[in-house]
Write a protein that binds this ligand. Structure first.
Ligand code: A3P
Length: 289
């Protein structure tokens, strides 16, 4: 990472943390990056279960072998394609590559479309994602923040936060959800049934894990175990970038925490906008939000 700044890079009207992105890497990823048929992508809007999925994919890939999980940080095991550090690094990796992205669909590598690569898109109740992002901005020194949640809520609703509007991100990706190489997962579904979710992922990825290996994946990707794993919990990142003296990256790991932060008026306004913008997707019914 370079010198710390809270000035975001703005491309296509979307904010990206300048500490890890530049225009050239975003252009390169979209137009030149070569997706391979055996790539596996972990795509999310921020704070929707990205790290959790990075760990699950690592352990599915290793059939429950914990060596990499214990020796290499998640950002290196399942790196972000759009970050400056991704360029050159991913190209030289052996297959099958595990790759993370927060990109909206219209900025995603063009070579993915038409490839056989598999992509998992994880959604989370946006009210919880909003609260989680508010707290993340308090500890991520390279991100702009607001003192109180109310002001942050207003930015979130305008899409004036990193990776842009939740509504645009999710509706963009969900428009592709019926493609056979895309699997839609939810944070809440993973919380409710971690084992079933991992089995579903194995089936989608065509990975054959026995019961013992599945149990190892479930156990080692629990909130508690990830929070305690130095290679998962971002404590290797210096405090000048992510200051966990102010709060933990693995904060609560629950659903419904938004009720402690949204006012009734904010929640009602949110619901109205959600109904309008997401009416085609049946998300509340599907995921129990
Ligand atoms: P909270 O801030 O609500 O606790 P991301 O990895 O996309 O940045 O998302 C981070 C959020 O996922 C945080 O939410 C974090 O605690 C939660 N999380 C990570 N691993 C989890 C797990 N195994 N179970 C439940 N929540 C988890």
């Amino acid at each position: 990472m370079e010198a710390i700044t809270t000035e975001d890079l703005v491309v296509n009207g979307i904010r990206f943390p300048a500490v890890a992105h530049d225009e050239e890497s975003l252009r390169y990823v979209q137009h030149e990056f070569q997706v391979r048929d055996d790539d596996v992508f972990n795509v999310t809007y921020p704070k929707s279960g990205t790290t959790w999925m990075q760990e699950i994919l690592t352990l599915i890939n290793s059939k429950g072998d914990l060596s990499l999980y214990k020796s290499s940080p998640n950002w290196d095991r399942v790196p972000w394609v759009e970050q400056k550090t991704g360029r050159g690094n991913l190209e030289s990796r052996p297959s099958p590559r595990l790759i993370t992205s927060h990109l909206p669909v219209h900025m995603f590598p063009k070579s993915f479309f038409g490839s056989k690569a598999k992509l998992i898109y994880t959604v989370r109740n946006p009210k919880d994602a909003c609260v989680s992002l508010f707290f993340y901005c308090q500890i991520a020194e390279f991100l702009k923040t607001t003192e109180n949640f109310g002001d942050f809520y207003s930015l979130f609703m305008k899409g004036d936060v990193i990776y842009g509007s939740w509504f645009d991100h999710v509706s963009g990706w969900l428009s592709l959800k019926d493609q056979t190489n895309i699997l839609l997962m939810s944070y809440e579904g993973m919380l409710q049934d971690p084992r079933g979710s991992i089995v579903k992922l194995c089936n989608f990825l065509g990975r054959d894990l026995d019961d013992v290996a599945i149990d190892t994946v479930v156990e080692n990707t629990s909130f508690k175990n990830l929070k305690n794993n130095q290679m998962s919990n971002y404590t290797l990142v210096p405090n000048e970038f992510i200051d966990q003296r102010k709060g933990s990256f693995f904060r609560k790991g629950i659903s419904g925490d938004w009720k402690n932060y949204f006012t009734v008026a904010q929640s009602e306004e949110f619901d109205k906008i959600f109904e309008e913008k997401m009416k085609n997707f049946n998300l509340k019914e599907r995921f129990g939000w």
